[in-house]
Design a binder for this molecule. Structure first.
Ligand SMILES: [Zn+2]
Length: 364
C-alpha cells in the first residue's frame, strides 16, 4: 500500500467521535505482525499496537482516529477524499488522519529500532475524552508498560509546514462568577444594589489581566472574559443579579489557587459565588531532552527549516502524557483548516511527515 492509498483508506472511514466506523479492524490487519490490545470502555474504543525490536527505550506514537462532524458548507463528500491541485480534501485530512497515516506507514515499514515502539489510538479525543487516552495511560501504568517518550502527531504547523513543534501545552482554567444584589427602580438607585455598577469599576482588572509575565515557552497567563449577563433589557429596572464567565490559559507559573485568590480579592465588596474548574494542567518537556532534540533535528534535516518550540493553541491528549511525566513532543502537518468545512492538506506534507518520522526513528 502506498502512503496515498493508506491515507485515502483512513479518510474514508466516517469516524465521527466516538465511532471508529471500522477503522480499527483495518488498522489491525494493516499492522498484522504487531501485538494488539483493545481497550473498549463505554462508547470509546482504544487500540494499542506494539512491537519489540530491541531492548532499548519504549517510544509511543499517539493519535486519535475520530473527527469532528461536518456541516452543509462542504463542497464535496467529507468522507470521499478528493484530490485537487496537490491538496486532499476530506474531514480529518489535517486533524489528524494525516499524522496517523504517517506514523502507521513509518511503523509498518520500520525494520529495526533499538527498543519497543507502541501505537496508541483513541476514538474519543474530539469529544470529552473521558475514556480515551487517559484510560490508555492508566492501563499502561497498571501493566508497567508506560512509554519513556511519545510523539503525538497532531497538526502543529501554522504558516508553513515545519514551522513549529509543540513541546508543551498551556493549561486551562474555567471560571463562573455570580454576583447578587437587589433589583430596583432606576429612579431610586440608592434603594437597590445594582450588580452592573458593582462590576463596572473592576472590569478592566478582569479583562486581559495577566497572572504572570510568561517565559521562554509560555505566553502570559491571561484572563479572557467569555460572557457577562445581567439586567432585563429595559431602561427602568436595575439588576439584582449578574453572571460572568472567563477562561485562563495558564503557564506553569499560575495555578488555579492564584486565580481564585485574585477574583476573591477583586470582589471583596460583593456578595458572590465563584466556581472554578480545571480543564487541564500545563506541562512542558525539557528542551534538552533527547526527544525534543531529535525531533527538532529531523525537521531541520528533512524540511530545511528551523521549527519553533511552541506551547500555543488549545489542548491535546499530550497533556495526559505530561501528567504521567512522559516526555512528549507534537509534530504534524499545518493546521489552518482543522474543524472547518472543506478541511484539506497538501499531500506532500503527509509524504514529508513520513520522512521526518523515519529520520527521527533512525536517529535513536
Ligand atoms: Zn486533533
Amino acid at each position: 500500500m502506498t502512503i496515498k492509498e493508506l491515507f485515502f483508506k483512513l479518510l474514508s472511514f466516517k469516524s465521527i467521535t466516538p465511532d471508529d466506523d471500522g477503522a480499527y479492524e483495518f488498522i489491525k490487519s494493516y499492522m498484522q505482525d504487531w501485538e494488539v490490545i483493545e481497550l473498549n470502555i463505554e462508547d470509546t474504543k482504544n487500540l494499542i499496537l506494539y512491537k519489540k525490536f530491541g531492548d532499548g527505550l519504549h517510544l509511543s506514537f499517539a493519535g486519535h482516529i475520530d473527527v469532528v462532524p461536518c456541516d452543509e458548507n462542504w463542497k464535496s463528500d467529507p468522507f470521499s477524499p478528493l484530490e485537487k491541485d496537490g491538496y486532499i480534501y476530506a474531514r480529518g485530512a489535517q486533524d489528524m488522519k494525516s499524522g496517523v497515516c504517517a506514523f502507521l506507514y513509518t511503523c509498518k515499514n520500520l525494520e529495526d529500532f533499538n527498543g519497543t515502539i507502541s501505537i496508541l489510538l483513541t476514538s474519543d479525543e474530539e469529544g470529552d475524552g473521558t475514556y480515551g487516552t487517559k484510560k490508555i495511560l492508566q492501563y499502561l501504568k497498571k501493566e508497567d508498560f508506560l512509554p519513556d517518550c511519545a510523539v503525538v502527531a497532531e497538526p502543529t504547523c501554522s504558516e508553513f509546514f515545519g514551522d513549529s513543534i509543540k513541546v508543551g501545552r498551556r493549561g486551562s482554567i474555567n471560571g463562573i462568577v455570580e454576583i447578587f444584589g437587589r433589583q430596583g427602580h432606576a429612579a431610586y438607585p440608592e434603594k437597590s444594589i445594582n450588580t452592573i455598577h458593582k462590576i463596572a469599576p473592576i472590569l478592566d482588572k478582569l479583562a486581559e489581566h495577566c497572572f504572570d509575565g510568561g517565559d521562554e515557552f509560555f505566553a502570559p497567563s491571561k484572563l479572557v472574559l467569555t460572557d457577562i449577563r445581567s439586567g432585563y433589557e429595559v431602561t427602568n429596572v436595575t439588576p439584582g443579579h449578574l453572571k460572568f464567565m472567563f477562561n485562563v490559559r495558564n503557564s506553569t507559573k499560575t495555578k488555579k489557587e492564584d486565580v481564585e485568590e485574585y477574583i476573591k480579592e477583586l470582589l471583596q465588596d460583593c456578595e458572590f459565588t465563584l466556581k472554578l474548574s480545571r480543564g487541564s494542567y500545563p506541562f512542558i518537556t525539557d528542551k534538552n531532552s533527547i526527544l525534543i532534540e531529535k525531533m527538532t533535528k529531523s525537521v531541520e534535516q528533512v524540511l530545511h527549516v528551523k521549527p519553533a518550540h511552541s506551547t500555543a493553541g488549545g489542548t491535546s491528549d499530550a497533556r495526559y502524557m505530561g501528567f504521567y511525566g512522559i516526555d512528549v513532543v507534537e509534530f504534524g502537518t499545518r493546521n489552518d483548516t482543522i474543524h472547518a468545512p472543506n478541511e484539506r492538506v497538501k499531500f506532500e506534507e503527509v509524504e514529508k511527515l513520513v520522512e521526518v518520522y523515519e529520520h527521527f526513528l533512525k536517529s535513536f
